[in-house]
Write a protein that binds this ligand. Sequence first.
Ligand code: MN3
Length: 201
Amino acid sequence: MHTLPSLPYAYDALEPYIDEETMRIHHTKHHQAYIDKLNLALEKHPDLADKSVTDLLTDFSSLPEDIKTAVKNHGGGHANHSLWWEILSVPKRDGNLPTGEILEAINSSFGSFDQFKQDFTAKVLAVFGSGWAWVIKNGDKLEIVSMPNQDSPLMSGQTPIFGLDVWEHAYYLKYQNRRAEYVEAFFSLINWDQVEINLKK
Ligand code: MN3
């Protein structure tokens, strides 16, 4: 059985950038629903019961046909949100900029952090409908990609380092149609220490 991971901070810890109500609904309702529906779908396949959601998505092409849509939508939702909570952190007083290896990777892939932020923001603003913008590892470079719905980069053999949930449920209560403000807020919350850990995996 897949279970809801607890948040590494309180529901109100990301205020004022992401409000408490959004965090609470997002975690206890949306993420929980992906897990419930994934578990329900897996009931028919006891042989897959011990597989992690990462393994299910990585081995997507070998899954039985009747379960692929459920794993893609709900397994993807579970994996994406599990990563998402971890790459957010309590806002720091003195700004939030990457350092060390992750900064080097950003500089060598995009030229500068400012250029990266500009490219990432443009990618987020271009997401049509529900989806995510991801930063993935491609060899020793980083790349920005967007994916629809809950499609996980793991399904196509890509390693997500971090990403932004661009479903309206992630920001609409506070930001409504002001998606650019939501992206700006996200940059105050990125847990660069965790992103560096993901980079080294
Ligand atoms: Mn979401």
